[in-house]
Design a protein around this ligand. Sequence first.
Ligand code: CTP
Length: 411
Amino acid sequence: MAGRREPRRPFAGRRVLLGVTGGIAAYKAVQLARDLALAGAAVDVVLTAGAREFVRPLTFEALTGRAAHTSLYPDGDPNLHIRLAREADLVLVAPATANFLARGAHGMADDLLTAILLATPAPVVLCPAMNDRMYAHRATQDNLLRLREIGYTLAGPATGPLAWGEGEGPGRMLEPDEILAHAGRALESPSLDGVRIVVTAGPTREPIDPVRYVGNRSSGRMGYEIAAAAWRRGADVHLVSGPSHLLAPVGPVVTRVETAEEMRGAVAAHLPNADALVMAAAVADFRPSDPAGEKIKKESGGVPVIELERTPDVLRETRDLRPAGAVVVGFALETQDVVANGRRKLERKGLDLLVVNDAREPGAGFEVVTNRVTFLEPGRDDESLPLMSKGEVADRILDRVEAILQAKRAR
Ligand code: CTP
């Protein structure tokens, strides 16, 4: 079909051991197993005895196309736990009950899943799920602390509706899509570990009156992809987003803004503590100079003339707040003399990298999932990338950010 794209399979070639323990959230593990398999992973499911009270191995086998395991010594095989532990690229336990966390924290190995936990060299992500009082209990909190010290990643729990009749509270397991994002992060090499990145995304809206605005067609997708990819690489990400219909990426802290002025304020607040700023937002360049306090009515006489003024240039006005050695990336949408204009912008805004879109290229720019960009860097030849998904463009941009950061740190 024209325009149809292959689904992305970011987990292709990766082997995920999904441990399921005995909590009601086990029903969500079924969806998670399917999502992992659709993302390309080979999923080996291990169910504890408790899990089997809620879901059956057969369910997982039908969704993953692989055997689901339940026993430490099946058919006299003494080494299943060692084999599964060694072959996994990631051990993911969802849901992880209070009982399982207690056993894991104390190095027990009395069933297949706990034995795998001890034997695996792979990263481990645990997704706690339990009643809010069980979660708050001192014993559970101590166990969680210990598990963190061991080096396991704890994803969740969230606060929300618990099992039927139990109301709301902390203890609810994360949703499958959130867990998938954590799994993606654990599988990626943490090349931006500890790096603090501010990413801006989306359009801004400049009010004409309380109900109308000047804006643009930016969806925010490019910036959201960069924020998600940076978080997957281990960065601490702050996403400053103009109005966007996209789901916020899992991981980054999100600040929502409306106007260029608010975006300037949010960037100014976070930039002094950042190692990098990626300014992917399509900030409006002009705003009504005197927005009406009340809705402009048709009857109020004639057609209104809206006078415009310049908005603050976020990149230029926050320039003094950049810490020494910070990497700053800008974007530009050009329609003529793309490279020459881009080179001037690089200079004018004091950028380490400018990502230029040619607005006339099919498949590039606003409201599409793909992009065709050219990288401009001071002292380096231009590099024009082929048409690719915005997710892939995000990864290429971050490769550059890492290289520039390294070069600056080596100086
Ligand atoms: N930008 C900004 N503040 C603005 C406008 C733009 O910080 N008020 C940032 C954008 O986020 C982008 C870069 O500046 O990273 C370049 O944006 P662009 O609109 O191409 O640059 P302008 O300076 O507005 O130049 P032009 O006259 O070509 O629109």
